[in-house]
Write a protein that binds this ligand. Structure first.
Ligand code: TRP
Length: 351
């Protein structure tokens, strides 16, 4: 191992991964294993903070996500892979950190506010006008379905994930900055209150990863219905590629166009080794969008086929998967237990 520093990251189990997760995060994780002491986990407790009423597929989603990780190249010999709820120490430290987290930090957290807005919009879609929705948002604390204790505590749980394993680096997207800041603040607050620095102060690890837009040009997300899944059947992928958003000013096949903002071009950046040539061709109006998209699909196809083939190997070997989860749990629990014991001593809960 090049460095002993601990790297940790997690994803909420939303089922099979899409290309945004794959190129945006997972490939980066794969390249970090072996360089650091890496911990990667399925954040099933975090998914309960919002989807607590829809748990029918929770365990299956966790398994699907693990299989995708392994297929993408996460190697249990090189990193620790585990399921968050398999580590009871996390729930215990979460309780303790909850005792010292000021409510204001959580209420002011911009992600909390944004998520509430998004969830309320979904819940009242078509039922409330703009003004009533605004009033609802202003009085979120009154919405029993959405404003739960666990949801407000999302950043405390995330801080717990990080601090309990003593992670120095946390590879995350920019959207997680506010959460990570709370984790950092908690390390200091704990030290101030109890007089001892028990936790490593974590740093975000922003890497320049590919930005993968959804087929409509917004961020790729299952909930926006604009995602291409890993392992999606090829006909469906072809249709999605052919319907990708392109420069709306390009009317005829041989009009010059602007590749920036074109979704097909963003994908060419990932899949096409001659992307700069494509950029010139597009600007010169040398080819139409249909031809460009057909070529893109041909470039994507081998990777998608290879992924599906490889995925079958892991899917078909439940015993191997169970062993990986068991080993990951053991390692994650052992490391977490060390931190928890120190915390309890410093908090004078044990002598
Ligand atoms: N909040 C993260 C996300 O939505 C997932 C997550 C939970 C996480 N716990 C974590 C990421 C700890 C990094 C470290 O993407």
């Amino acid at each position: 191992m090049a460095e002993n520093k601990i790297v940790l990251s997690g994803m909420r189990p939303t089922g099979k991964l899409h290309l945004g997760n794959f190129h945006g995060a997972l490939k980066n994780w794969v390249s970090l294993q072996g360089k650091y002491d890496c911990y990667f986990f399925v954040a099933d407790l975090h998914s309960l903070t919002t989807a607590y009423q829809h748990t029918e597929n929770l365990a299956q989603n966790s398994e699907d996500m693990l299989i995708d990780w392994l297929t993408a190249g996460l190697d249990p010999q090189k990193c620790t892979i585990f399921i968050q709820s398999d580590v009871p120490q996390i729930s215990e430290l979460n309780t303790l950190l909850g005792m010292i987290t000021p409510l204001g930090w959580l209420l002011r957290n911009p992600t909390y506010k944004e998520q509430i807005q998004e969830l309320l919009k979904q819940k009242y879609a078509g039922q409330l006008d703009e003004k009533s929705l605004g009033e609802k948002i202003a009085s979120i604390a009154g919405d029993d379905e959405i404003s739960c204790f666990g949801f407000l505590g999302y950043p405390v749980l995330m801080a717990t994930d990080i601090l309990i394993q003593q992670a120095a680096y946390v590879p995350v997207g920019k959207d997680q900055t506010a959460h990570l800041e709370i984790a950092r603040d908690l390390t200091r607050r704990f030290a101030e209150i109890y007089g001892e620095q028990v936790f490593t102060e974590p740093q975000p690890l922003y890497t320049t990863v590919a930005r993968v837009p959804g087929i409509d040009g917004r961020k790729m997300s299952k909930s926006y219905n604009n995602a291409i899944s890993l392992g999606e059947d090829l006909d469906s992928v072809r249709k999605k590629v052919m319907s990708m958003f392109t420069d709306p000013n390009k009317k005829g096949a041989h009009d010059p166009a602007n590749p920036e903002g074109c979704v097909a071009y963003a994908f060419h950046k990932i899949y096409n080794p001659n992307v700069s040539k494509r950029c010139e061709e597009c600007k010169a109006g040398a080819l139409g969008c249909v031809a460009c998209k057909k070529e893109l699909f041909a470039l994507m196809e081998p990777e998608l086929v290879a992924f599906s083939e490889r995925r079958k190997l892991f899917e078909g070997d439940k015993a191997q998967l169970a062993q990986i989860v068991k080993d990951g749990k053991a390692r994650a629990c052992q490391n977490a237990e060390q931190t928890l014991q120190r915390v309890k001593r410093v908090m004078r809960m044990i002598k």
